[in-house]
Design a protein around this ligand. Structure first.
Ligand code: M6R
Length: 416
């Protein structure tokens, strides 16, 4: 980005001729294209360099406070939530009776967080489905279905095919995307951009946080549009959300404990992750990170599912991360997770517990406690995943692996 910040969105089958003082675009039939959308790139060349970190992944993890602040920036005006890229008539948003979130990989884990938030705030039934599964079954999609497609790159073919299928069935599609001018937001009815800057490491980190923050914005926007929440409730939620970047920074500033843990565990061969509520997608994301960059067998489970099978995996010394919800939220949720820690520890697990500051109920059952600042149960998804990202990044680095370019993986999966 040393030379220009101006960009044009180019369509399929278009040819661009660039000369010193002009740009010309023609379509497949040789007809000049005059309406290519022009936009300004918000990031500079430094954003695409490692900036002193060992890897892009480490740098991107440490950019997350600013990234989430950028996703949230400028959305609340005169007490009302504004999503400028939201180009769907409010009456359509008021009429929808179902939401289906489609995405792959890390973006699908962000979508799983969206379900908890949207159903809680908006009372709209919300499904989350891997895009490739959605596309090749026969999903019930009507004109009253809102499909939310989440994609960092905006070019994931599985997600794009799901978007096309949904639109063919008459559904409205909103894309939550990081890459301006990419295909998925261009084919969607509306787009909400993450604004987290370029993500270069194959393993998604700051885009994941941006996706979750964007899901919260979408949920609150729907609640505002449909009248599910009062303006002061939305303002209070936004107020707490705006505290999150500082809290992310606190988690990042205390990363030394997790980094040491990762180095100490570099020869480990299996790690389990447990969580309930938004802790469940966090567990899934922690396991995905460890698989993809450290090549370690890892599984994320809903903690309540333990006794239905996975607990058989637990033997002496098995490391188990447990993501504990706030003790200030629903008591039953917190106490159930504390019981789950006890259950695995009684069978020999080494319990690595991520818990809110001041939550002493976990202390008798935790071999290691990793603290995160207190926030609402829903918003904790933006904090509790960070130690897991750091753990994977540091462990893969300690193993001498290429953290940014893991084997067999591509940053953007443009084939089905
Ligand atoms: O660009 P997208 O968000 O659509 O990519 C989806 C997945 O391919 C992506 O999140 C993948 O799972 C990452 N490598 C995870 O770190």
């Amino acid at each position: 980005m040393d030379s220009t910040k101006e960009a044009l969105e180019i369509g399929q089958d278009q040819v661009v001729t660039v000369s010193a003082d002009s740009v010309a675009i023609i379509d497949f039939d040789g007809v000049e294209v005059t309406d290519a959308k022009r936009y300004t790139i918000e990031w500079d060349a430094a954003a695409a360099q490692k900036g002193g970190y060992d890897s892009f992944m480490a740098k991107e993890i440490h950019e997350q406070a600013g990234a989430v602040a950028d996703t949230l920036r400028g959305r609340l005006e005169n007490g009302s939530l504004q999503l400028d890229e939201m180009d769907i008539d409010p009456s359509v948003l008021r009429s929808i009776d179902k939401i289906v979130v489609v995405a792959c990989g890390t973006a699908a884990n962000a979508g799983a967080v969206a379900k908890y938030a949207i159903e809680h705030w908006c009372r709209i039934p919300t499904e989350v489905e891997l895009a490739h599964e959605f596309r090749y079954r026969d999903p019930v999609v009507t004109e009253k279905t809102l499909v939310v497609a989440i994609s960092q790159s905006g070019e994931t073919m599985d997600t794009l095919m799901a978007v096309r299928h949904a639109r063919e069935q008459g559904a409205k599609v909103i894309a939550l995307c990081n890459t301006r001018g990419s295909t998925i937001p261009r084919e969607a009815d509306a787009a909400l951009y993450l604004h987290v800057g370029p993500e270069i490491a194959v393993a998604s980190t700051k885009a994941y946080l941006g996706q979750i923050a964007a899901c919260y914005l979408l949920g609150l926007f729907l609640a505002q549009t449909r009248g599910n929440l009062y303006p002061d409730e939305i303002a209070a939620l936004m107020g707490d959300l705006e505290q999150i970047p500082d809290q992310i920074q606190q988690v990042l500033d205390s990363s030394a404990q997790v980094e040491q843990l990762a180095r100490d565990m570099k020869d480990t061969t299996s790690v389990l992750f447990l969580g309930r509520h938004v802790g469940y997608p966090t567990a899934m994301e922690g396991a995905l990170k460890l698989k993809e960059i450290a090549y370690i067998h890892a599984e994320g489970f809903a903690a309540g599912e333990l006794k239905h099978g996975p607990i058989a995996l637990v033997e002496e010394g098995q490391p188990v991360f447990v993501i504990v919800p706030s003790p200030n939220g629903r008591h039953s949720l917190h106490s159930k997770v504390v019981s789950n820690i006890q259950e695995v520890r009684a069978r020999g697990a080494r319990t690595l517990v991520i818990a809110e500051e001041g939550d002493d109920a976990v202390l008798p059952y935790a071999d290691e406690v990793i603290r995160v600042p207190a926030t609402r149960t829903l918003f904790a998804a933006l904090l509790t995943v960070i130690p897991l990202q750091i753990f994977s990044c540091e462990l893969a680095t300690a193993k001498g692996l290429d953290v940014d370019q893991p084997r067999n993986l591509a940053k953007s999966v443009t084939v089905e």
